[in-house]
Design a protein around this ligand. Structure first.
Ligand code: GDP
Ligand code: MG
Length: 447
């Protein structure tokens, strides 16, 4: 993976004070390959690499960072910035009904997304929503829109294959006005390949409806070709936003970068399942990590260094070296540090997908509950017991002590035993790692 290859390169760059033409060459080659593997179109990759190089060259390498880490962070930031920043919800600032026109190739996910948006606008924006299909070439497509609109709780305006798209649009608009709808969503036909007739038709629809949003729906799996599709739609229509669908697939979603660059329009939402609720606000930061194949690794590194109390970690490392051992106070401190970093699942979220997928959310929730319970049990121990775990492990008073702790924490004796076992295991692990390995330890705890 890119992460492995980069960290290999990062190692060879240790000790160099700034980013130079020569030390950055190999790393940029890796980044370039990663982008191509993620299906970003070649011209877009070239452009991007040139920009990153410009930004990175001559950057001072401060503190404990090395040139490799600085470059990774420049790449990640630039990628996120290129794909758009902040949250861009649907613009409804128009005399009602606000019209939203859906555009894109056949199979891109227009009809499905129209249903998802209907649900979003009803539930999150509290709007009264009408949908209509101008896809007169496939009767099934009109029925499909009826179904998803019903699932979303919106109203569907009937149209038929004998009508002209323009007449359908006018009739729906009139109905929406007379019945005080806030929003009219207009689903359109797509073709397997771009053709002039289709483009003329959707241009006419645009002129008739004067939509406040013209959304380009594009399949994230489309790959290299996304750039041509985007260009064609951009030339035909004043696009106001992009919706990237099928991000739940295996693709690394490089299409986002190409489409964003060509259209200049913000990527507003991402489709993440076939279901009616499978729509998420597009998160450029996170998507940058996915495109690079390395999760939100930069944020993770920042968060880990920020959250961990460096002095405490240092003290612990020294303690272990001096042979004082790892007592239950240290165990408690480790758990609070993990909490400071936002808990296990927020950390797992930022890991590369390959790692994160091994730990399901269910396991994460359970691990976090366990962690909180462990903390409660440790807090129910006396300071003396925490400093001298032997009192709980093999002293003759251990049974009565455990009973007291269990009732103090509101748990069973077995739960107290489990914490002691975990402590025992971790102590062994800490010895092997000689402190420091907080990250490794978390991964093991997370399963
Ligand atoms: P249209 O021709 O542009 O209207 O595309 P459709 O809305 O009919 O979608 C084409 C296919 O893609 C359907 O099978 C949808 O269920 C599927 N689809 C659409 N969006 C998503 C998505 O975000 N994730 C997944 N997995 N499938 C999707
Ligand atoms: Mg359709």
């Amino acid at each position: 993976t890119l992460t492995d290859r980069l960290s290999q390169l990062v190692k060879t760059m240790r000790g160099q004070a700034r980013i130079t033409e020569s030390n950055v060459q190999d790393m940029l080659r890796e980044v370039r390959m990663a982008l191509l593997e993620a299906d970003v179109a070649l011209p877009v990759v070239r452009d991007f690499i040139a920009r990153v190089k410009d930004k990175a060259l001559g950057q001072e390498v401060v503190g404990s960072l090395n040139p490799g880490q600085v470059l990774v962070s420049v790449v990640h930031k630039e990628l996120a910035a290129t794909m758009g920043e902040g949250v861009a919800d649907i613009n409804l600032a128009a005399q009602p009904p606000a019209v939203i026109l859906m555009a894109g190739l056949q199979g891109a996910g227009k009809t499905t997304t129209t249903g998802k948006l209907t649900k979003h606008l009803i539930e999150k924006r509290k709007k009264k929503v009408l949908t209509v299909s101008a896809d007169v070439y496939r009767p099934a497509a009109i029925e499909q829109l009826k179904t998803v609109t019903g699932q979303a709780g919106g109203e569907w305006f009937a149209s038929s294959p004998d009508q002209k798209p323009r007449d359908i649009a006018l009739a729906a608009l009139d109905y929406a006005k007379r019945h005080y709808f806030d929003v009219l969503l207009v689903d359109t036909a797509g073709r397997l390949a771009i053709d002039e007739a289709l483009m003329a038709e959707i241009r006419e629809l645009h002129a008739t409806l004067n939509p406040v949003e013209t959304l380009f729906v594009v399949d994230a799996m489309q790959g290299q070709d996304a750039i041509n599709t985007a260009r064609a739609f951009k030339e035909a229509l004043p696009l106001t936003g992009v919706i990237l669908t099928k991000l739940d697939g295996d693709s690394r979603g490089g299409a986002a970068l190409s489409v964003r660059q060509v259209t200049g329009a913000p990527i507003k939402f991402a489709g993440v399942s076939e279901k009616i609720d499978g729509l998420e606000v597009f998160d450029a930061e996170r998507h940058a990590g996915r495109v690079l194949g390395m999760g939100d690794i930069v944020a993770l590194v920042e968060e880990v260094t920020k959250g961990v109390d460096m002095a405490a970690a240092q003290k612990l490392a020294e303690k272990l070296k001096s042979g004082d051992g790892f007592d239950l106070n240290d165990f408690l401190a480790q758990i609070s540090q993990m909490k400071k970093m936002g808990g296990l699942s927020s950390l797992m979220d930022k890991l590369p997908t390959q790692i994160a997928s091994k730990a399901g959310q269910g396991d994460m929730d359970r691990a976090e509950r366990d962690m909180r319970r462990m903390e409660g049990i440790l807090n129910a121990m006396s300071a003396k017991e925490r400093a001298h775990p032997r009192l709980l492990l093999d002293d003759k008073s251990k049974a009565s002590r455990k009973r007291r702790i269990a009732s103090g924490a509101g748990v069973q004796i077995q739960d107290v035993n489990r914490v002691l076992n975990q402590y025992d295991q971790m102590q062994g692990m800490m010895k092997k790692m000689k402190g420091g390995g907080l990250f490794k330890m978390m991964k093991r705890m997370g399963g």
